[in-house]
Design a protein around this ligand. Sequence first.
Ligand code: NAP
Ligand code: F7E
Length: 355
Amino acid sequence: MKEKTALITGVTGQDGSYLAELLLSMDYRVVGMVRRTSTINFDRLRHIQDNIEIVQGDLLDQSSMMDVVSQFQPDEVYNLAAQSFVPTSWQQPVLTGEFTALGVTRILEAIRHVRPSARFYQASSSEQFGKVVEVPQKETTPFYPRSPYGVAKVYGHWITVNYRESYDMFAVSGILFNHESPRRGLEFVTHKVTHAAARIKLGLQDELRVGNLDARRDWGFAGDYVRAMWLMLQQDNPDDYVIATGETHTVQELCEIAFARVGLDWKQYVVIDPRYVRPAEVDLLIGDPSKARSKLNWAPAVSFYDLVHMMVDSDLRELQDEIRYGWHQPKKSTDVMLDKTVTGSLVKTEPGTQK
Ligand code: NAP
Ligand code: F7E
């Protein structure tokens, strides 16, 4: 009999898979909520699928949330599900609000009615700081979101705080800065760049089209960040925390490091394409993680440089396997259009590979 049960929404996503691994390693019973799709997308979970329980539910559907909470009576609930890609939030602002904002209220309502003792984690975001009014950003920095996604996350943050204050629930908001890994969706800039560098090295692609090279982000490793989520739910009192590295880098630096890893000069391959420039940009994000360091004893283990190398190396290995085993099809990639055309994650994992 496992001591604790954790429910993870968004378990098929990047963070969901790392968090499920972490909780399994601590002997939790892990329940992963997935929405119904016509094709199963458990690529990131394949290696642990037999050890977790999968249940169907959707953030859009209140009764499914009630049923899931009632059936499993979780001790901890991690709400990681969201429409998480910023550009899509301009194309689908209402749906983004339904998933990313109101979805939080739906799950909080389910917990309040069915399992009020459960501890709740909300996946908040540095995108809430948007057009920053303070550098670096900390827990007390006012929000100024710059996209429908950021606006939806501000709602998710405040409804979490509100349920904590209104109903005395153990509900926390983790304001996480960008975190990446080989499991990151290919539409996000880190993985788009590392994957393209690997493809160009292998002669599968000629160029990489990107938007704003000057944007600055505080990028960390997802494996480090899910540990912070867990730590927040182990404290005596619920509170909100910024999780970040405290360093910031430009998209250009990302390109430099990724291409150098495969022995190429980024300037020869990277093309600016205005189609990837956003209607409103978040120019600079840099977090101050001192509260997490002192109260949670949390610190990131993987540097930006090592993170980029980890991602490039993983992409190279995976593409080489695809070529070796004949899985690889297109000579001319359509990847450059992914973040304009696709809303979901496009991590490619072949049977037998584990990232
Ligand atoms: P991700 O890879 O995009 O995963 C999102 C997850 O949400 C997927 O499992 C997706 O399921 C699920 N989902 C979407 N809509 C749903 C719905 N209506 N009902 C149920 N599930 C739904 O995101 P991530 O990078 O792991 O991030 C996890 C969370 O942290 C998200 O809330 C994100 O907004 C937030 N966040 C991320 C970062 C970051 O840098 N990664 C930083 C701050 C905050 P499908 O597989 O079916 O699409
Ligand atoms: O963009 C610039 C782009 O899409 C980072 C999500 O996990 O983190 C993520 O949101 C920066 C932006 O992440 C391209 O303009 C340039 O300034 O990788 P991204 P994001 O928008 O910061 C936050 C914390 C979340 O919460 C979100 O869920 O890179 N950029 N050229 C580009 N970005 C993309 N995607 N593609 C480009 O070609």
